[in-house]
Structures are given as structure tokens and as C-alpha cells.
Write a protein that binds this ligand. Structure first.
Ligand code: ADP
Length: 291
């Protein structure tokens, strides 16, 4: 467990960002049209607060979080229920705006964008994977995968689409409809749909929450391979220490604040940390080996 913040850089932004303090440097753009960031994170949150509700009845979901997601890395976000994981994911992915602080996606400060510009940025540069797959039932595997390209007005490059379908292991099922596929296969289609536009980052909210152990492994291996083989950036919320162990870094949240971080996590170490954070009363009997 890394002490929080690490002793070498207490209070410093770089402490929270792999790559060091110098990488988060920020400067005003010469044109005055917003802020340019010199660091190279795929996504970055700076002092992000998210408060829901109105005066007298507010919930602080995120209480000032600074966190970077380096390109071509796989990060898991964990923490007790209500600790702010989904809020963090939604804000980092540009699905929701912070109350204060800034979110930088692929070098663009999203607070400077209009709703239309933000929608375009999400469509063109961000991939999403949800627990419930969210495929369109009337469309085939191939049509579901190419949907984001068509929505962005781009023509699907046949070779690129074939490569994605091969990567998700559904070469023989390109004309199947979601109802004809298992849950694991449907989630692989959702990952293919996220991968096809080669986004700067894929944000996944409990992607294995509806899957059994074996199919969960397939989906997690696919996510991990997309990081290793394609240089994809993946950020995944999960409550499962086994799932988190597929990531190379686990960031823990508690009460809307960063509560620690583990590198090269094992299921056992992740589970111990969850107990320490009060998410669970005790360790699970058998966290089980990671795949
Ligand atoms: P987690 O994903 O870790 O379970 P969430 O990000 O969903 O946590 O929620 C963090 C806190 O913010 C919780 O107290 C939750 O009740 C509150 N919250 C989340 N979304 C909303 C919302 N739309 N309106 C009001 N409160 C919300």
C-alpha cells in the first residue's frame, strides 16, 4: 500500500499522477481561449468537486480529487458503496460536469466546451462500457460495433472493423443479433464498439457485474489485452478484487476522496484494502486467483 499521499511528495499533484510532479504542469494558452495542459495523460482531474442537490440538502460526491490516467494504462477504481466511484467515472468521461475543478480529456479542458462540443468529444474520443451492455437489439454484431462511427459521420474502415471483431473473438458471429449471444459475448461486442473509434480512453462501469466468473475473465482479459496490444487507456469501476487485479493500478476512494492506491494489485491486497476502508466487515473467504 502506498502511503497517502506518498511521503516523497505530500500534497503535490505529481504524487497522484504516475510520471511525476512535472507532468501535470498547466499553462494559459497564448490565445486566451482556455487552458492548455502540457502533460500527456489521457484523462486528468484537477481538484474536482461534485456536489449534488441544493442548499440545505447537498451531497458531496467528490470532495476535491486530483488524479491522472496515463495513456496506455489500465486503472481500476474501487471503494465502499457511495464513495463516489460512478461520479468520478462520469465526470472523468465528460458525461457529467464537475461543480468545481477541471477535467482534461486528451489535452482538452472540458469546462471550456459547449454542450455540442462536449458531445462531439465524447463521441469521437471516448469509449464506454456499461454493466448492462447497452447494445441495440435490432442491429447485428457488426452494426452495433460500427454504430459510433456512423453516428460520427465516419465510414467504417472494413479492415479495422474486421480486426476489432477478430480481437473480440466473434469473427463467426458478425451477423448475429445480441439476443443470440451469451452475456459475455454481448459484453465483448460492447467492448468492440468502444474500441472501434480508437478512443483516447475507455471508461467501464462494472463491466463484469452481470457476468459469471469464466465470462468475466474473458472480458477482463480482452480489456487488459487492448491496453497491452493496442495502447488503449482503460479506466474501470469495479467492486470485485479479482476484476481489479487485471488492472496495473487500483485507486481507492472513500467519502469522495482518494484513499490510497495499489500498483500491480493482487486480489488479496485489494480485498485487504477494502476491509481497511470499511467497505466489508471481513475478507472474502477466497478471493481466488486472477486469470
Ligand atoms: P459509488 O459509485 O461509489 O457507489 P456514487 O458516485 O454513485 O458512489 O455516489 C456518491 C454519492 O453521491 C452518494 O452519496 C450518492 O447517494 C450521491 N449521488 C450520486 N448521484 C446522485 C444524484 N444524481 N443526485 C443526488 N445524489 C447523488
Amino acid at each position: 500500500m502506498v502511503p497517502w499521499p506518498p511521503r516523497s511528495n505530500r500534497g503535490g499533484i505529481g504524487a497522484l499522477c504516475p510520471g511525476g510532479a512535472g507532468r501535470g504542469a498547466m499553462k494559459r494558452s497564448a490565445s486566451g481561449g482556455g487552458v492548455e495542459y502540457t502533460h500527456d495523460d489521457a484523462a486528468r482531474l484537477e481538484s474536482v468537486r461534485k456536489v449534488y442537490g441544493r442548499r440545505g440538502n447537498t451531497v458531496v460526491a467528490l470532495g476535491g480529487v486530483t488524479l491522472g490516467f496515463e495513456r496506455a494504462t489500465f486503472t481500476a477504481i474501487m471503494g465502499p458503496s457511495g464513495s463516489g466511484k460512478s461520479t468520478l467515472l462520469n465526470v472523468a468521461a465528460g458525461l457529467d460536469r464537475p461543480t468545481s475543478g477541471s477535467v482534461v480529456l486528451d489535452g482538452t479542458d472540458v469546462s471550456a466546451l459547449s454542450e455540442t462540443e462536449l458531445t462531439r468529444l465524447r463521441r469521437e474520443r471516448i469509449g464506454f462500457v456499461f454493466q448492462a451492455f447497452n447494445l441495440l437489439p435490432a442491429l447485428t454484431v457488426e452494426q452495433n460495433i460500427t454504430l459510433p462511427l456512423r453516428m460520427a459521420g465516419r465510414t467504417a474502415d472494413r479492415a479495422q472493423v474486421a480486426e476489432v471483431i477478430d480481437r473480440i473473438g466473434l469473427g463467426g458471429r458478425r451477423r448475429s443479433r445480441p439476443a443470440e449471444l451469451s452475456g459475455g459475448q454481448q459484453q465483448r461486442v460492447a467492448i468492440g464498439r468502444a474500441l472501434v473509434s480508437r478512443p483516447v480512453a475507455i471508461f467501464a462501469d462494472e463491466p463484469t457485474g452481470a457476468l459469471d466468473l469464466r465470462t468475466a475473465r474473458e472480458v477482463l482479459t480482452l480489456l487488459r489485452d487492448s491496453v497491452r496490444a493496442l495502447g488503449q487507456t482503460v479506466v474501470m469501476v469495479t467492486h470485485d478484487p479479482n476484476a481489479a487485479s487485471y488492472a496495473e493500478r487500483v485507486v481507492f476512494l472513500a467519502d469522495g476522496h482518494l484513499a490510497g492506491e495499489l500498483g500491480q494489485p493482487t486480489p488479496e491486497a485489494v480485498a485487504r484494502q477494502m476491509v481497511e476502508l470499511g467497505a466489508w466487515d471481513r475478507l472474502p473467504q477466497q478471493p481466488g486467483p486472477e486469470g
